[in-house]
Write a protein that binds this ligand. Structure first.
Ligand SMILES: [Zn+2]
Ligand SMILES: [Zn+2]
Length: 371
């Protein structure tokens, strides 16, 4: 696949990008100026980028953000230009990594690159709007755009020829969801699993739980419309998130509750719901990224007596440089099928409407494709 002419080479370029000018402001496709790739940097011509819930959280104020902000952090593309000292060849297909590890900090050295101290640094503006205002980039990427300029360590080479819309998801929803099952919770054959929240990440968790050999997989969502999708993705049952949820889960787990509950929403209420669905001694894995002031309250006696584990899975507790190529190989040989996760492909101009659908909880993942 060749890169569009406007995004090749090493000079600064002007590209179209999805920009939020403020919290709650209307999203617009604008022309933005990207710098030339500097030392150790690459320009990537984006071929597909997902609309992820974290992008929505930046826009609606759930997560703190600086503006104007280019949205997008889950994408695939082709290296279109390189700065000095970069080994990657122009034309290499890549997936973007929103938490590139420094490989030098205390966490990286102990083998936990998903907790890298360097990736939590505040983002500095990069590029500018057409009217000269410095731009901020979602998670350092700003991938809902025709191109990005990023450090070489924020790109991961993948095989050529993968379906772009599915490959884009490897960099966020899939790495996060699959990693939560394989690395964080370590689900083993025969276990029971509940997945709360069936967006892109929740469906990736479901798919991974099925492949891990979980026997009972209960898919939970507030929207009845997710039922068919959940069952197609491998759930053994779909349950509505209502007052009877705990009872329904116990009816399917010999009155105990599930071995593992995955919270894929990022809200105190759903974390508490996931906690209540889990058996004594079971584990709750929080995959959703919630708001700073949304407090979870649990009884001290309950914490002791239930003997449950509550922990989070940041970026699937994964090393993207090692695990994205594995997932890409699984996608290439057909053992990983992400077709169900893609609700539809859309143009960049249709992306604002996809944010509205995401806010209403419709579909799994809408993916912007560019050519
Ligand atoms: Zn994401
Ligand atoms: Zn590090």
């Amino acid at each position: 696949m060749s890169a569009p002419e406007s995004t090749t080479g090493t000079a600064p370029v002007t590209v179209r990008a999805l920009v939020a000018r403020g919290s709650g402001a209307e999203l617009r496709v604008e022309r933005v100026r990207l710098p030339a790739p500097g030392p150790g940097e690459v320009r990537v011509a984006i071929t597909a980028a997902g609309v992820c819930h974290s992008d929505l959280s930046m826009v609606n104020g759930t997560l703190a953000a600086r503006f104007p902000l280019v949205l997008g952090h889950e994408a695939t593309g082709v290296v279109a230009g390189t700065g000095p000292g970069v080994d990657l060849a122009v034309g290499t297909p890549v997936v973007l990594n929103w938490a590139p590890a420094c490989r030098a900090c205390w966490w990286c050295r102990r083998g936990e690159p998903w907790l890298c101290a360097a990736t939590t640094a505040p983002t500095v503006p990069r590029g500018e709007t057409d009217d000269g205002v410095p731009l901020h980039l979602t998670l350092g990427l700003g991938a809902l755009a025709e191109a990005v300029v990023v450090p070489e360590r924020a790109v991961i080479p993948i095989p050529a020829g993968l379906p772009a819309a599915q490959a884009a998801l490897l960099g966020c929803a899939v790495l996060t969801g699959v990693g939560a099952v394989r690395n964080t919770a370590r689900v083993v054959p025969g276990e029971s699993v509940a997945v709360v929240g069936l967006g892109g990440v929740g469906l990736a968790v479901l798919t991974a739980a099925r492949r891990a050999g979980a026997r009972t997989i209960l898919a939970v969502d507030v929207a009845e419309a997710k039922r068919d999708l959940a069952l197609a993705a491998g759930a053994t049952d779909f349950l509505l998130a209502d007052d009877r949820l705990s009872k329904e889960v116990r009816a399917r787990t010999e009155s105990r509750g599930v071995d593992h509950a995955f919270e894929c929403v990022g809200r105190a209420a759903t974390i508490r719901a996931a906690w209540r669905l889990t058996r004594r001694g079971g584990a709750v894995t929080v995959v959703g990224m919630g708001a700073k002031d949304d407090m979870v309250s649990l009884g001290a006696l309950d914490i002791f007596h239930s003997a449950r584990t509550l922990r989070s899975s940041v970026y699937g507790s994964s090393d993207p440089d090692r695990e994205v190529p594995v997932l890409a190989a699984e996608l290439a040989d057909g053992t990983l099928d992400l077709g169900l996760l893609v609700s539809g492909t859309i143009s960049l101009d249709e992306a604002p409407a996809a944010f509205d659908r995401l806010a209403r909880g419709e579909g799994a993942r809408w993916v912007v494709t560019l050519d």
